[in-house]
Design a protein around this ligand. Structure first.
Ligand code: G
Ligand code: MN
Length: 437
């Protein structure tokens, strides 16, 4: 059998599909994937090419008696095909090597998911106690190359460069490192991490005039055993994809309610904010969950604010709007988070009437040109016209204080007034003098 990726053989092969395994050969892959690539170019889509190498497979199949060898190869191919979509191409390019062309991938993370699936299913394969060590190289169109030959060569050299103990490599190591890191975190999240790895940090929200701590935002952190302290932005998007976010949000609610109660008992009268994901809201049952948790702790629902981003709140999603309204019927308030940066049009403000607006930090950071200042003021004016108070997020520098004071904003939050910190530290820094000793 020839190694189909050796350029010396390219062009001499007859395009064909193996009637036994259903895999195509390299020549047919080139015929089929070439128009796919042209379409992808034309419609600005991306594609990924995976080169799978199973060391020793070729020798093993050759050593087996013909029927058993065929059956084994059939099994390998079937596993690969089961791990990809019908619209993808699976080619056997010889010598224990396969190429998969993924025709519909939008981000490297999707290629990592398919590659991980392939590694898993192919590692389970054994024959007479011999297991194989499947490895996958990934090249991405258009970022890595735009000709099929180059993409196939890059995927192959990525897999051949792989060091020991690793199963997936990207042609572009930077793209790969990011995607693989996210995939690793996603695995850790799915692997049921101990809840004691999660904790809330608290950040004060101050009244602009009074300079008192009127509220506190709770922010979820993951104390990862290997990666250190991760902030919500680093794992919530993954948790949203895997559905795990609901359990995390529910845990955060209980924790924040417990701490809110503790502070109120100590004499502080502010509110506590909890960030909620759209998936948590639309999953059903969250209103009862919150209601019961508040009753059990004898918490006044008015002392809790739920923060949702524009993307969540608006989304022309009648269901989410209805659930937010139910949370509000309990007596709690709803804040729109990161206002001004979501994919929202203002139309959503017709459907949904928030109690509070948190202006994204981009409006106070960045330039201080008159134009920026006017935009900042206009946004605050608009929210005030709707009769809602505004929290300005992300104050970091002393120089921003004056702009804040001029802006008419009601409240502010940011490193300037306090970073998010664990409960004890938060109490020591921001609640002494407010709460009884
Ligand atoms: O999306 P949301 O506004 O809930 O995000 C809050 C995040 O912003 C937290 O992770 C918090 O650590 C971070 N944060 C809070 N204050 C500041 C600030 O002043 N500057 C920057 N860069 N980030 C901040
Ligand atoms: Mn928030």
């Amino acid at each position: 059998m020839t190694d189909g990726l050796d350029p010396r053989f390219y062009g001499t092969e007859v395009p064909t599909r193996d009637p036994d395994t259903g895999a195509i050969n390299r020549a047919l892959l080139v015929e089929a994937a070439t128009p796919m690539l042209s379409l992808a170019k034309r419609y600005a889509r991306s594609m990924a090419f995976l080169h799978i190498h199973m060391a020793g497979l070729h020798e093993r199949v050759a050593a087996l008696e013909s029927d058993r060898g065929k059956a084994f190869l059939r099994n390998v191919t079937a596993r690969i095909m089961a791990a990809v979509r019908d619209s993808d191409f699976v080619a056997n390019v010889g010598a224990g090597r396969f190429v998969v062309a993924l025709t519909e991938v939008w981000e490297p993370d999707a290629a990592v998911r398919v590659a991980s699936r392939l590694v898993r299913t192919l590692s389970e394969l054994s024959d007479d106690h011999t297991t194989y060590d499947p490895r996958v190289g990934v090249a991405f169109f258009p970022s890595d190359a735009d000709s099929l030959d180059n993409l196939l060569a890059l995927a192959r050299s990525a897999v051949d460069r792989l060091g020991d103990g690793r199963a997936i490599a990207f042609a572009d190591p930077i793209l790969g490192a990011d995607a693989l890191e996210r995939a690793g975190l996603e695995r850790d999240l799915l692997g049921n991490p101990q809840t004691d790895q999660f904790l809330l940090h608290y950040q004060p929200i101050l009244g602009v005039e009074s300079h008192e701590v009127v509220g506190v935002e709770s922010l979820l952190r993951w104390q990862h055993p290997l990666r250190g302290m991760l902030s919500a932005g680093q794992f919530i998007p993954l948790a949203e994809r895997t559905g795990r976010v609901r359990a995390l949000d529910q845990w955060s609610i209980l924790q924040a309610l417990d701490d809110c109660r503790r502070w109120h008992e100590m004499g502080w009268e502010g509110w506590v904010s909890v960030n909620l994901s759209g998936r948590t809201l639309s999953g059903g049952g969250i209103v009862d969950y919150v209601d019961q948790a508040m009753k059990e702790r004898d918490i006044d629902p008015r002392s809790i604010v739920f923060e949702v981003t524009e993307n969540t709140a608006l989304a022309k999603n009648g269901e989410v709007v209805r659930i937010l309204q139910e949370l509000r019927n309990l007596g709690s308030r709803i804040a729109v988070d990161d206002f001004g940066t979501g994919h929202a049009s203002f139309e959503y403000l017709r459907e949904f009437d928030p109690d509070l607006v948190k202006l994204d930090r981009v409006f106070i950071t960045g330039g201080d040109q008159p134009r920026h200042q006017r935009l900042f003021h206009s946004l605050i004016l608009m929210v005030h016209h709707l009769g809602k108070p505004v929290v300005v997020e992300g104050l970091e520098e002393e120089s921003q204080r004056e702009r804040l004071m001029d802006s008419g904003a009601d409240m502010a939050q940011g490193y300037l007034f306090g970073r998010p910190t664990p409960r004890e530290e938060f109490e020591g820094r921001h609640l002494t003098g407010v709460i009884a000793p």
